[in-house]
Design a protein around this ligand. Structure first.
Ligand code: FES
Length: 331
């Protein structure tokens, strides 16, 4: 049994146990989304007609008053009848890639920095996505998923690259990626997800601030932007604690040599060295008096992303030009 969920002129079929977001994205109908876990509020929508079950929608993301007023979280709500919903945000520019289940094979595992692995997964069939998006890997034997951004570009859609940081005691990292995962292992995942992505309509200068493995989607976005426009001004700041946490340095230096407009700035917050020290957001503020006309992309721990948004605004970046992806360590 399914219900019909409609948004504007689009309709999809949705099972009573299926989140509305899942059904819409599988039907290539865009709905803003980010965490897919009920915590960010990005997917909030208005139920125009019909009724929904709010599932596990947390009260601090969807208050009782909002439920009364007909709001719901698309990633948590399931339909109880045919339902018409309305987006609160305009649809983004660019392609909408259908969400789907994907299977692949681990083709390489490489220790690239302290407690950080690069994992390559060759897919059975290519996955269309936009630079900046992520997939959810299913962690074997747990019934849970973990979200990892693609570091490769959409043009390399047959082999996905992930950067995974170890979380001590974590079921996905200590319990899998850093222990039992091996080349040749089959991996299930669902994706692509998220609306953190390279704006296809923007061709202006870009500033990207990443913390730790937040480099992954920024690497994809940078490469995609430079592939399209080799001379574009792109400033990539990568913040980590110590030199042992840096990775892909040689590759990014190579990109600097190949692209005169590209600048790579690694920053160490806990160590003095021959390069920049301190927080990545402070390094950006020191370098720019103004960034009017620039776009800003941020990915990393919430505190870094919040500081980056403030820093961009202080330097006069238009709020609509700021794109961000927060992640919290999920073992
Ligand atoms: Fe974050 Fe639904 S609450 S995507």
């Amino acid at each position: 049994m399914t219900f019909t969920v409609s948004v504007g002129t689009d309709s999809v079929e949705c099972r009573p146990d299926q989140p509305i977001l899942d059904a819409l994205l599988r039907g290539s109908v865009w709905m803003p989304n980010s965490c897919n876990q009920g915590t960010c509020g990005t997917c909030k929508l208005r139920v125009v007609s019909g009724s929904v079950d709010h599932g596990r929608s947390p009260e601090n993301t969807l208050s009782p008053a909002e439920r009364e007023q007909g709001f719901a979280l698309a990633c948590q709500a399931t339909p109880c009848s045919d339902t018409v919903v309305e987006r609160l945000d305009a649809s983004p520019a660019g392609d909408v890639h259908a969400l789907r289940d994907v299977v692949g094979t681990v083709s390489a595992i490489e220790d690239v920095a302290r407690d950080t692995r690069r994992v390559l997964v060759t897919l059975d069939s290519p996955l269309e996505f936009s630079a900046g998006q992520y997939v959810e890997l299913r962690v074997p034997g747990t019934g849970h998923g973990r979200q990892y951004s693609m570091a490769n570009t959409p043009g390399e859609s047959k082999q996905l690259e992930f950067h995974i940081r170890r979380q001590p005691g974590g079921a996905a990292t200590d319990g899998w990626v850093f222990s039992s995962m091996s080349v040749g292992e089959r991996v299930d995942m669902v994706g692509p997800l998220g609306d953190f992505r390279l704006d296809p309509e923007d061709e202006g200068p870009m500033i990207l601030l990443g913390g730790g493995t937040g480099l992954a989607p920024l690497k994809s976005i940078t490469r995609q932007a430079l592939t399209k426009e080799p001379d574009r001004a792109v400033h990539l700041y990568h913040g980590v604690r110590g030199e042992a946490d840096l990775y892909d340095v040689d590759l990014l230096r190579e990109w600097e040599r190949a692209h005169p407009g590209f600048r790579y700035v690694p920053c160490l917050s806990d160590e003095a060295w021959s390069g920049r020290s301190g927080y990545v957001t402070d390094a950006f503020v020191e370098d720019f008096d103004t960034c009017r006309g620039h776009s800003g992309y941020l990915c990393g721990p919430p505190a870094m992303v919040d500081a980056g948004i403030k820093a961009f605004k202080r330097r006069r970046m238009a709020p609509r030009r700021i794109f961000r992806e927060k992640f919290t360590p999920a073992g």
